[in-house]
Design a binder for this molecule. Sequence first.
Ligand code: ATP
Length: 455
Amino acid sequence: MTEETPARVNMEKIVSLCQRRGFIFPGSEIYGGLSSCWDYGPLGVELKRNVKEAWWRAVVQERDDVIGLDASILMHPRTWAASGHLEGFADPLVECKGCHLRWRSDELEGDRCPSCGGELTEPRLFNLMFKTFMGPVEEEASVVYLRPETAQGMFVNFQNVVNTTRKRLPFGIAQIGKAFRNEITTGNFIFRSREFEQMEIEFFVKPGTDEEWFNYWLEERLNWYVKLGIKRENLRLREHTKGELAHYAKVCYDIDYLFPMGWAELEGVANRGDFDLVQHASFSGKSLDYFDDDTKERFIPYIIEPSAGVDRSFLALLCDAYDEEPDKEEIRVLLHLHPALAPFKVAVLPLSRREQLVKAAKEIYADLRQCWMVSYDDAQSIGRRYRRQDEIGTPFCVTIDFQSLEDKQVTIRERDSMNQIRIPIAELKSTLEAKLSGEDLFVLPPGGQIWKEDD
Ligand code: ATP
């Protein structure tokens, strides 16, 4: 985190919404929770899947120069010697002699314990990797680590990918997966935890073209957040100072987001040079160079790495989408989530629980579920049900009323404007599909009409 900025939405509101509506629960809650571990609930799992899906779509599906990988979390221990994590992946830590709380000395302002004011020990380096044992014997030889980043899986598979896909430079490998860091200071909800998910690209380029590709990816990644609805003024680029720069990086920028607690890193984009492939070639004894058929040159590619966090993206998207509007005597809470991200795309709401209405509504519900995640709600007044859907970001509500049984029409209500149209049931799927892709609500299908502006 860097300098203070006035909060737009406070974290308590986000945490409360997440717990109240089932986006995120404290991990192992019935046992009192486990520090900084979080469980994604029924709505959270959908939003999280959609974030990953949107990333995969943008960086793999829609491109022909990036392919995917899903490497094992446990890797050969030599990987971490080669990568520098065994030696370098450590934070300086001090412990309070009074209350025994531990702190990162580089984050402390004074020289006393921030909690009790007690005296602190000398800093010592604390490795952030989680250790575990492979096989039944707990001895040094069987020590393995939970990966602290997904990146290494892509470096060690570089040659496998080149050989099997016949990809030529420049090309990238993309991966989404869990990473684990025994962080000393966690907090700010899911912003910093010990188990989290990353979405990383390792983009291999010819040395000399690296600066151009670095700039390309920085721009590309920034735009991804903007396309998903994050306001541009809440994003900024920040170059790492010489002191911050990781041992492997030639240059690195953070894409920062204005979180409730201030500006903080959402994603890092680094030019890693040839560090990784040189290291793995030297530690494994295997050649990791590349032969350029056109120029007949042999060289070690440079790597540009955009490294994003799933959980931090989730939090930023949620904070940015959160809104409160005055609504009669109450406050309307709504999430302006991009339709691609919303946990439910549509909610089906019969006006009452009368048998005929429920039957018609259930038929529509079953039909729409073939295409999207759809919610069904018949409890309480229609107004309350609309508010419940607004609060979880459902872009469209379909209401079935008594007239629907006669005229075979239903209303569609849009979350953000609250405007409504009435259309034939036969046109429902295609209309929803068009609206979810961004078509204006008032572009009507045959037989459709504007029903109500606002509720
Ligand atoms: P920070 O400086 O905030 O600790 P970092 O620079 O160590 O982050 P990277 O190693 O660049 O982070 O990891 C890439 C991305 O992975 C980060 O931008 C972030 O989105 C995510 N990430 C890293 N550590 C955590 C964590 N402890 N909890 C949640 N996400 C994380």
